[in-house]
Design a protein around this ligand. Structure first.
Ligand code: SAM
Length: 268
């Protein structure tokens, strides 16, 4: 059982604090992030600086968003980091990432995310996808499986469809609990999300796609016809060439986009 105290800080469970302590894993993540000065480098949840220090060493400036005031105070006092960091104390779920964008410079966002907020945080970040070059996140392994799932898999769901609508998903590395202090109860994995410059299946209104996915996956055991009956008729499914007796996890991302676009056209 690993200690809850690391570098003199008691890990706070409610902030999802599991600090990375494995230098091999840290080096591989930093290599995957490929820090540079051509992008606005943004870290979510820098904590005690496991990723912050090596990334900051490679660039002129690093912007961080951290919720824990004690950790923010430590970052302000850090002898080296205080000269490189722009620190925002607050909740990354509420943070307006647009304020960080600079003319001609997209963001590279990364973080060992607090697992309790990782899914809503990714949904929040998708809203800024056009301003993001790459995202690298440490997540619960199960979430990485959901992000990269194919239709027909148990892990395929709303998160899969929305993530694959915005981004290409590349699993990078699996990480055991022993790489953290304190050790989490679950396995972890690092994933790379690459927002599309040009989306392969553009949707006319992403809010409609989001609503359609939420509605479709609300009852996974039921058919599309049943779950989407308020949005699409049998004639609509026939027009799209989609079998309405299938379950939501059997439908591909382009098929979800086609359904959303038809819902939009019908409203127009
Ligand atoms: N990056 C450090 C590391 O790898 O050792 C810490 C990772 S720890 C899993 C998650 C970090 O996110 C903690 O520093 C925690 O305080 C911070 N955090 C938790 N909730 C947050 C939120 N809503 N917004 C921003 N930071 C948050």
């Amino acid at each position: 059982m690993s200690s809850k105290v690391h570098l003199g800080h008691t890990a706070r469970k409610r902030f999802g604090q599991n600090f990375l302590t494995d230098s091999n894993v840290i080096n591989r993540i930093v290599g995957a992030i490929a820090p540079d000065n051509e992008h606005v480098m943004v870290e979510i949840g820098p904590g005690l600086g496991a990723l912050t220090e090596p990334v900051a060493a490679a660039v002129d400036k690093l912007t961080v968003v951290e919720l824990d005031r004690d950790l923010v105070e430590r970052l302000h006092q850090h002898p080296v980091l205080k000269h490189k960091l722009e620190v925002h104390q607050g909740d990354a779920l509420q943070f307006d990432f647009m304020q960080l964008v600079q003319p001609g410079k997209k963001m590279k966002v990364f973080g060992n995310l607090p697992y309790n907020i990782s899914t809503p945080l990714m949904f929040h970040l998708f809203e800024f996808a056009e301003q993001i070059e790459t995202m690298h996140f440490m997540l619960q392994k199960e979430v990485v499986l959901r992000l990269s799932a194919s239709p027909g898999c148990k892990a395929y769901g709303r998160l899969t469809v929305m993530a694959q609508y915005f981004c290409q998903i590349v699993p990078v590395l699996e990480v055991p609990p022993t790489s953290f202090t304190p050790a989490p109860k679950v396995d972890s994995a690092v994933v790379r999300l690459l927002p599309y410059e040009t989306k392969p299946w553009p949707c006319k209104d992403v809010n409609v796609l989001r609503h359609l996915c939420t509605t479709a996956f609300n009852m996974r055991r039921k058919t599309l016809r049943n779950n989407l009956k308020l949005l699409l008729s049998d004639e609509d499914f026939a027009q799209l060439g989609i079998d309405a007796s299938l379950r939501p996890e059997q439908i591909s991302v382009p098929q979800y986009v086609a359904m959303a676009n038809l819902v939009i056209d019908k409203k127009a």
